[in-house]
Ligand binder design. Sequence first.
Ligand code: APR
Length: 231
Amino acid sequence: MKESVVVFTGAGVSAESGLRTFRDMGGLWHEYAIEDVASPQGWRKHPATVLRFYDERRRAVLEAQPNAAHLAIAALEAKFDVVVVTQNIDDLHERAGSTRVIHVHGEILKARSTLDPSLVYRLDKPGIALGDLCEHGSQLRPDVVWFGEDVRHMDDCREYFAAASRILTIGTSLTVYPAAGLVRFARHDSKKYFVSPEGQPLPRGFTWLKGHAAKVVPRLAEAWLSGREQL
Ligand code: APR
C-alpha cells in the first residue's frame, strides 16, 4: 500500500513557468481589481473586460511549460499515492504527468454555459468571445470560480487531507478561503511541509522549506523517492 500524499499548490508553483501570481510584487491583484475581472458583478457589468482578462491569462498558460516542481510532483507517483489539490487554473500539473489533479478554483482551458453550469466545454481556441454560445444559445464564460462563487470538491479534498500521511504545500499565501482552510484538516501525526521563498505565517505543524519551488521540490522529491524524509 503506497503512502498517501497530498500536494496542495497555489500560484507560486507556476511562477517559475512564467505565470503571474496574485499577491506578490507585480502580481495580478496589484494591476486589476478583483471585483472587475474575477467576480459575478464584474461579469454582469462588463463581460468583454472579464473575457479579455482570462484570454490574456489563457494565452500565457498555453505558452508556459511545466517547471521542475511540477515534474517532481508528478515523479512522486512512482512511490506514493499522490493527490494534487490545486488552487491554480492552469494545466501545468497535468502536462507534467500528474494523474490525480483537483482544481478547486476551476480550469482556464475550459468554458462553461452561463445558462447551465453542467455544460462545460474544452476550449479549442485561446479566446472566448461575446457571442460564443453553448448548445442552448447562452453565452460561454471561463470555467473558473469567481469570488463569491462555490469552490469545488471541498468535501473530497478535506478527506484527502485527513487521510494523507504527508502534506506538501507549495506556493500559496493561504489567504483565500475556504481553500486555504484545507490545511487545518491535515492529521496531527502527518508530516507537513510548506515551500515558499519568503517567510509567512505557517499553519500549525508545518515545517517551512525556504526557497523557490523549482529548486526545493525536486530535491525533496528526490529525498522522498530514495527513502529519506528530509532534504
Ligand atoms: N516558489 C514557491 N513559492 C512562490 C514562488 C516560487 N517561485 N513565487 C512566489 N511564491 C509564493 C509567494 O510567496 C506567495 O506566498 O507563492 C504565493 C503566491 O500567493 P498568491 O499570489 O496569493 O497566490 P495563491 O495563494 O495561489 O492565491 C490563492 O487567490 O485570487 C485567488 O483564485 C486565486 O487561486 C488564487 C487564490
